[in-house]
Design a protein around this ligand. Sequence first.
Ligand code: CP
Ligand code: NVA
Length: 309
Amino acid sequence: MNHFINLKDIPAKDLRKILIDAKKRKKARKKLNNLEFDKGIPLRGKLLIQMFEKSSLRTRLSFYLAIKQLGGSTLTLRPDELHLSKGGESIEDTAKILSNFGNAFMLRTDKDIKLEEFKKHISIPIINGLSPSSHPTQILSDIFTVEEIKKKPISKLNITWIGDSNNVLNSLIAASIKFSFNLKIGCPKNYQPYRDIMNYIKKNKNKISIYSNPKKAVKDADVIFSDKVISMNDKVDKNKKLNSFKQFKINKKLMSFAKNDCIFLHCLPRGSEVDDEVFLSKQSKVWHQAANRVHVQKSILLYCFGSLR
Ligand code: CP
Ligand code: NVA
């Protein structure tokens, strides 16, 4: 059994194995409907329990289809209907009950420490479906999308992030170290990654550079990633932050500094960081990106169950 909490804690060879499995599975089910099973029904009878402490559309739907296609089922818990939040039931007791009734637990949480607490007491795999510090299922799936569209290993591409130093970027930074790709980050000086992330970058001596000039950050990019400037539960002066990001808006002009065949990716939901002209253009692969989450999360589930082919 394996947990899937942070990319930095998962061996690079396991991450690559997940991507290879996802590619085979996606290819093998081209003619199947959403609720038809993968060949062999590898997770027949397994229950994935999901809990969301924050809103979700894509993660919820993609995990639903992922476990169904593998032959299992899913139940989504609302934290406000459990004893855990309102009645004061402990994480330890909740974790033990989840371990009895379910076979895997996907948690989207507002506090990273909760993932660690659940991990201590749970005896089934736990998957991080987004926390304040990371969004690992999203980024692993995005690596898959990049390699699928560009038909090259990501280590041969120039990747740029334009936007806030948030959970999604932290996972992209971890991925850049695991998969060894060039990553340029464009963000205002006051919104650079926190010190622990900067130390992680330095310690791993990799190919990450940070720019306060967005044009320099996108120069020669094969892929530009972005995300909302204001994340869920971001307790900041919103107007001030949005103002600081004004010159980082992704528009045709900014895209013109990248390679001609540069693609644009965004995990969604979106805010004002990208204009419609780019978001709805041919260069934007955001719908393809969202759809791929089902395929990669299936292989993540199999990894967690210790049953990757
Ligand atoms: N990208 C993503 O995780 O979307 P949701 O918040 O809708 O799940
Ligand atoms: N950074 C965003 C990602 C949403 C999928 C957030 O945490 O709100």
